[in-house]
Design a protein around this ligand. Sequence first.
Ligand SMILES: C[S@@+](CC[C@H](N)C(=O)[O-])C[C@H]1O[C@@H](n2cnc3c(N)ncnc32)[C@H](O)[C@@H]1O
Length: 252
Amino acid sequence: MSDPKALGRVRELLDPALADLAIRASPGLGYLDLLGGEPAERPPVQWLMHSGLLPKFYERIWRPAMIGTLKGPFGPSTAQEMALVRRMLELGPHDLVLDVACGPGNVTRTLARSVDEDGLVVGIDASATMLDRAARDTTAENVGYVRGDAAELPFLSGRFDAACCLAALYLFAQPIQALAEMTRTLKPGGRIAVMTTRRMPLAGPLNELVTATSGVRLFGDEEITDALTRLGFSGLRHRAYGLMQFVSGRLT
Ligand SMILES: C[S@@+](CC[C@H](N)C(=O)[O-])C[C@H]1O[C@@H](n2cnc3c(N)ncnc32)[C@H](O)[C@@H]1O
C-alpha cells in the first residue's frame, strides 16, 4: 500500500481547488482519485487498460512481450530501458519526478530507487484498476499515486524536476496537449523523457490501419522532437529502436 505520508506530499503538489476533493473521494484507495467514474466510451486498447485483468500480468508478461517485440531484436531490454530513462532524466537524490500514465507503477517504483526520502515520484494514470495494483505493489515511502487525465494534469505549475511518459502517449486522445501539460508542471531546467511508438517506415496506409483498428497512434520520427522544441525544450535526443522511439530534452 502506498505510504500515507507520500500521499500527503502529493496533495501539496495539487492545485488546491482539487486537493480537498481528492482526499474526500479517496478514503482507503491508496491513491488520490480525481476522476471518479469510468468514461462511457473508449477504444479497444484503452478498454484493456481499464480491465481488471491486464494489471495482474502487465508488468511480468504483457509489457515485456508487447513492448519488447515493438523495440525489435536490437532494442534495449526492460532493465536497459529503465537505465536509459534514468540517464535521460538525470535524476538527483532530492528530485520530484512525475510519471505520466504510470499503469501499475512499474516505472514509478524503478525511478523511486534513484531518489531518496526527500525526493518523491508521483505516478498518475486514468485507470482505477491499474492504480489499485500500483498502490498494492508499492511499499516505498517516496512514491504516491493520483488518478487523473494526462491531458489535464491536476498539479501546480513549475513543481517537478523531471517528468516521463513511457509506453502510453500513443493511447492518448490528445498526446501533444499531454506533453504541454508535462511541460507546464516542470521547473525551468526540468528534464523530460518519452518512449512511444514510431510510424512503420515504407508502410504508408498500414500505419493508418493500425490506428483505426486498435486506437494506437503511430508518431513520425520528428513529431515528438518537433513538439518538444515548440514547447521550449533543448538538447533533444532521439533514439529509435524498431517501432519505438525514445526522446529526451531539458526545458530552457
Ligand atoms: C501500457 S500502460 C504504461 C505503463 C507504464 N508507463 C509503462 O511504461 O509500462 C499505459 C497506461 O496509460 C494510461 N492512460 C491512457 N490514457 C490516459 C490518459 N488520458 N491519462 C492518464 N493515463 C492514461 C492507461 O490507463 C495505462 O495504464
